[in-house]
Design a protein around this ligand. Structure first.
Ligand SMILES: NC(=O)c1ccc[n+]([C@@H]2O[C@H](COP(=O)([O-])OP(=O)(O)OC[C@H]3O[C@@H](n4cnc5c(N)ncnc54)[C@H](O)[C@@H]3O)[C@@H](O)[C@H]2O)c1
Length: 326
């Protein structure tokens, strides 16, 4: 297939490009403005440095290439920033996405894979965990809303244009790095727990914080469903197969279906690195649900997706090994 990958220089996109490239069957074109991505992370395909808001140039690229599928990662994704600068999120995550979808319709690209997020579920109460794809969507910040709006654009487009099909993947907490050590998460000023803990273990940060230890969980800290980035990447390859075989659109959770508390993650990072880094307690942050865990039975059944790295120690270890290199 001839595949366009937006945001393919980023953390998750680069792992998908790597897996697609390793198959050796596809032509890959990566569009990225490198605002948070790195050209060195793109191991396969042609790279075009472009901002998706440049609609004219993006359309030229569609007209010059006959793409079969688009995998759309490009987005802004810092939740607190989305609260202080919501328009940045609606413009980049919704308007630019709507434009890419529109070009797919115009140039007859009928397979679309979209990076959505568990943030569309907002703050489900403990009795609603794990969440499945039919659970209430109620985002509590502009980031989550901007992604849910893009899901709506996709749904309406596929209803109106029957040849056009999409898969929206709702990622839970993505972590770790490629097990061969070639790529990983290089995001600057990352807020992701496992990356921050790896930075602490290496002394890149002096300390880190646990936000809230009075949640209704066994140890009082928040529980999240951590998915290794290579398992998440393989879900995209499965989604491509799904779109090839089935003439329909769908939404899938991407997680392991179980979670770990913040304290469990920190204990694991300390164990695998042998470093007892400094952790301080802080008040709860607004908008952090006590637990967010996926029900992943839909993706495992309908796509036959089988995760290989459902192992918190391996997730922490690969994140730490990558952090050592950068
Ligand atoms: N990392 C997570 O835990 C997580 C969880 C849920 C969903 N997601 C979603 O997954 C996708 C990828 O996230 P990531 O963690 O790899 O982030 P990332 O920041 O590493 O990757 C995003 C990439 O998109 C590029 N980009 C952003 N805006 C662009 C624009 N206007 N034009 C061209 N390129 C642009 C960036 O340079 C970057 O390479 C995003 O859509 C994000 O919302 C991520």
């Amino acid at each position: 297939m001839n595949i366009l990958v937006t945001g393919g220089a980023g953390y998750i996109g680069s792992h998908v490009v790597k897996q697609l490239g390793e198959l050796g069957e596809h032509k890959i074109t990566v569009l990225d403005n490198l605002v948070t991505g790195f050209e060195s992370s793109i191991l396969y395909g042609e790279f075009i440095n472009i901002d998706l808001s440049d609609f004219k140039r993006v359309e030229e690229i569609f007209s010059e290439n006959k793409f079969d599928a688009v995998i759309h990662f490009a987005a802004s994704l810092v939740v607190p920033e989305s609260v202080s600068d919501p328009l940045k999120y609606y413009l980049n995550n919704t308007v630019n996405t709507a434009n890419v979808i529109n070009l797919c319709l115009k140039y007859k690209v009928n397979k679309f894979i979209f990076s959505s997020t568990a943030a569309v579920y907002g703050e489900p109460s403990m009795d609603k965990i794990p969440v499945d794809e039919l659970s209430l969507t109620a985002p509590i910040n502009p980031y989550g809303s901007s992604k849910l709006m893009s899901e709506s654009v996709l749904k309406d487009a596929s209803n109106a244009f029957l040849d056009f099909n999409y898969v929206a993947l709702r990622y839970f907490n993505v972590a770790g790095a490629s097990v061969d050590g070639k790529i990983g998460q290089s995001t600057k000023d990352a807020t992701h727990l496992i990356k921050v803990a790896a930075e602490c273990a290496l002394g890149k940060r002096e300390k880190m914080y646990v936000f809230g230890d009075d949640y209704p969980t066994a140890d009082g800290t928040c529980i999240r469903d951590y998915i290794h980035v290579e398992d998440l990447a393989s879900a995209h390859l499965k989604a491509l197969e799904y779109l090839e075989k089935n003439d329909k659109s769908d939404i899938f959770n991407c997680g392991y279906g179980h979670g770990f508390s913040v304290n469990e993650v920190l204990d694991t990072m300390k164990k695998v690195t042998g470093v007892d880094f400094k952790v301080l307690k802080e008040d709860r942050r607004a908008g952090d649900p006590a637990a967010l865990i996926s029900n992943n039975s839909k993706i495992t059944k309908l796509m036959n997706w089988t995760p290989k790295y459902d192992d918190l120690e391996l997730i922490c270890k690969t994140a730490y090994e990558w952090e050592k290199k950068i």
